[in-house]
Design a protein. Sequence first.
Lengths: 190, 190
Amino acid sequence: MNPFLKNDINIFKNLSESEFIELKSVFSYRKYLKKEFIIKEDAAVENIYFISSGLVKLSYFDNDTNEFILSFAFENWWETDFSAFYNQTKAALTLQCLEDTEVYGLNFDDYFLILDKYRLSNYFLDKSIRGHIASQKRILSLLTLKPKERYEQFLQLYPSINQRIPKSVLALYLGVSRETLSRLYRKSKK
Amino acid sequence: MNPFLKNDINIFKNLSESEFIELKSVFSYRKYLKKEFIIKEDAAVENIYFISSGLVKLSYFDNDTNEFILSFAFENWWETDFSAFYNQTKAALTLQCLEDTEVYGLNFDDYFLILDKYRLSNYFLDKSIRGHIASQKRILSLLTLKPKERYEQFLQLYPSINQRIPKSVLALYLGVSRETLSRLYRKSKK
DNA sequence: ATTAGGGTGTGACCGAAATCACTTTTATTT
DNA sequence: AAATAAAAGTGATTTCGGTCACACCCTAAT
């Protein structure tokens, strides 16, 4: 198993080497290529995914035409369509790779199994609360900031992924048109 | 202790009567009047609050002038400035009563204490994930819907609190001006 | 019954961003 | 290297929602 996942979990719970080998067996490793879908709309959402390398986008399509991006996820993030996974319903969101990406999947039953067996509830609770806090920041950003300010906030918050995604994709995340973003970009440079 | 909290927790973990009496002692009950602040900007955030009755708004003020509402919270919801509580920093948000409100406060140390002592991690994990899912829905609503559609979605989602708040306050939540909301309102009636 | 204040409705005007249309630049593929 | 596709820049036009200004409630207090 990728060392990242081990290090990440160990922040909260020091498992012995043997416990870790045991735990590792419940995860399913898979590699996806750029543009491949990890979760497709209307498909069942079997897993929650730990991204060990690469970059993905979680998005929603209205009327299967216009795309909107809920979040990017990269190294050491857990991601899935939480609503669909947690309620075991069909995916309303899609999860697609912006780069070649390696993931460790954890299915519904195993998720609840390991919560108790390895006392990982507090680990996931921490992840979830931080995710919740990040979502609230995003809501405030959408409510309070103008496109230009949102763009600048994004640059500050995620300087690394800004380099890794096309501007047209970033526009889908910021909630502005491609053209408007392009014009802002010029202005904030000088 | 208010029966609501007990019923809510019991969904996840059946505590004995004596355990419950023990647990109850860590909560601090308090009653607030309409317009009172439970959390004030820049103050320390001691507690996470379980709302047992009433209605509150969680909001952000930019430059201490313009208000934006992150969420409403009412009976059976847990609410606080999570970022400030969890990181033990000063409040960036305010929590203010829209009605007379009764809360049960739980402080930082006790929170982590009872997570383990009463095995409540899974209970709070569930709450947190559902909160996270709700936040994501809100983000999508802001990204994909026009003001009129957001208003209609709100009516559908929270028909009860729509009756309990002024339209001008709802506008702060929907991210539109008071005037625009007023005009939409007329249009969607006919 | 008069006043004051919170909440709401509505017209006029303005501006930021969407949309449309097209060009230019940069990557990928063969 | 040529061809094709993807991404980005830019002008012209339109539109939705914000802002300003003021009128009209309705309830509670004097």
